[in-house]
Design a protein around this ligand. Sequence first.
Ligand code: NAG
Ligand code: NAG
Ligand code: NAG
Length: 468
Amino acid sequence: MPPLLLLSLLIGFDALLATPAIAESHSTSLRAPLHRSLPPLGAATRLDYVRELVKSDLLRQRMIAGTIGGHRYRQPRRACENATTAAAESFAMPLSSGAYTHTGQYFVRFRLGTPARRFVLVADTGSDLTWVKCRFSPRRCRHCRGGGGGGGARPFRPEKSVSFDPIRCSTDLCKTSLPFSLSTCPSPASPCAYNYGYADGSMARGIYATESATVMLSNGQKVKLKGMIIGCTSSFAGSSFRASDGVLGLGHSGISFASRVTARFGGRFSYCLVDHLSPKNVSSYLIFGSNGALAPSAARQTELLMEPRLAPFYSVGVSGISVDGEVLKIPMSVWDVGRRGGAILDSGTSLTVLVEPAYKAVVSALSRRLAGVPRVDLDPFEYCYNWTDGTKVTIPKLVVHFHGPARLEPPAKSYVIDVADGVKCIGFTSAPWPGVSTIGNILQQEHLWEFDVKNRRLRFQRSTCAPH
Ligand SMILES: *[C@@H]1O[C@H](CO)[C@@H](O)[C@H](O)[C@H]1NC(C)=O
Ligand SMILES: *[C@@H]1O[C@H](CO)[C@@H](O)[C@H](O)[C@H]1NC(C)=O
Ligand SMILES: *[C@@H]1O[C@H](CO)[C@@H](O)[C@H](O)[C@H]1NC(C)=O
C-alpha cells in the first residue's frame, strides 16, 4: 500500500467524521435508484472491484480500531422471547455474494412487516442494528424526516405494515440501550431517532421501531418473529447500501437480530459463503438454529471469545499462522485482546486484515515461495504475479491455527487471489500495530461457519455451500 493512497483515504475519512456538512453531502437520499444489476465482473472490471474492496476494508478497519468499545450501552431486557419454542427448530434465509453489484458484501433475503415484504439485506456480523430503507408517511409520523415524495425502487412503507410500531424517544430503551440513538426528543411520543455509524465509514439515519419478521421454519411452517428492533432508515451513505435494501445485524449485542433470534432458535446461527465472485443466482444460506449440514465429527471447533471490548464483533482465539508447515514468527501479543491485539471473524470485511507484525511475516513467507513467478506492479497490493505462465506453480499452503487443535485451511484462491486476467496477488492488507486483525469473508468462503453463541463455540468445515 503506497503511503499516499493510504493517507488520502484517511484524510477523506477524517473529514467525513469531522464535518457533518460533508457527511450530509455524501449521503444518498432514497430518491436514488437502486443499482441492482451491474455488468458481470469481467476481466476489465475485476481489478476496479478488488480495489474497491480494499478501500472499504481499510475504512472499516479504521473504524474497528477507533470505535470498538466506544459505544457501550446496557443490554436491554429480552422482551419477546419464548423459551418454549422447540430448540430443534431452525429456519434459513438465502445468502449470496454481492459481487453482482460490485460490492464485497454478502446479501441475505429477508421478509419484514405485515403483510410481509421481501428485502435484500447485507448480512453483517459487525453490526447490531437491522434496518431497511424506509419512507415515512407524514400522516402517520409527524416528526420523522424524509417523509413525502421520492423513495427508492421499493423502500419499506411503515404505514402499510400493521405490525410497525415506532419506539418513543422518551423510553429508557431509546435513551440508554439503543446504539447511536439521538438525544433529540421534541415530544415524549416522538420516535427514537438514530444516526448509525458503520465500521467502513458509511452511515444510516432514521428511527427505531419494533416490527415482525416472517421466516419459514425447516418443517415448512411460516412463523412471525414479533417485536424485532429494526431501524427505518430515511438517509444513508455507503456503497454497499446503495446495492441493498439495508442491513441484517448479526453482531452480538442485546438488540441485534442474531442475539434475539438465536435466543429462541437453539442459541446458534450459521452461514456458508459461496465464492465471492459467484453470480447472483448462486446462493447458499444463513441458518438460525441447528444446521443439519454441519457434521459433528468433521467440523473443527474453537472458542468463540466474544470479548466485550470487541463487541459487537465476534472475536476468536488465533494462536498462529503457518505456511507450508512453517509456523511463522508472530508475537503472541498480536492475537491477545488483553495486549491490544486480538482477531475477529467478520462477514463485512472482504480481504483479511493483519496487523503489521503478522502481515510482514505472512507476506514474506508467501512471497519467498513465489519468488520464481514474474512480478507485476498492481496498486494497492504489495505482491502481484503474472500468472499467465504460472499455472504449474504450487501456491504455498497457508493455515490459520485457532486455540486448541482447530485449523482453518482455506483454498489457495482465498489468499492468493485473482485480481485480473492472468494476475494474482497476495490478498492480505496490513493494519497498524497495536490493533485488531480481521478474518475477512474471502478467507471464510467455501466454508460453513457456525456461531454457537450460547455455548461460545465456533465450528467450521469445508463446504460447497450447496443449499439442501
Ligand atoms: C409462548 O408460547 C406458548 C406456546 O406457543 C404460548 O402459550 C405462550 O403464550 C407464549 N408466551 C409468550 C410470552 O409469548
Ligand atoms: C446461473 O446462471 C447462468 C447463466 O446466467 C447459468 O449458466 C447457471 O447454470 C446458473 N446457475 C445456477 C446455480 O442456477
Ligand atoms: C504476462 O506475461 C506475458 C508473457 O509471458 C505477457 O504477454 C503479458 O503481457 C504479461 N501480463 C502482465 C499483466 O504483465
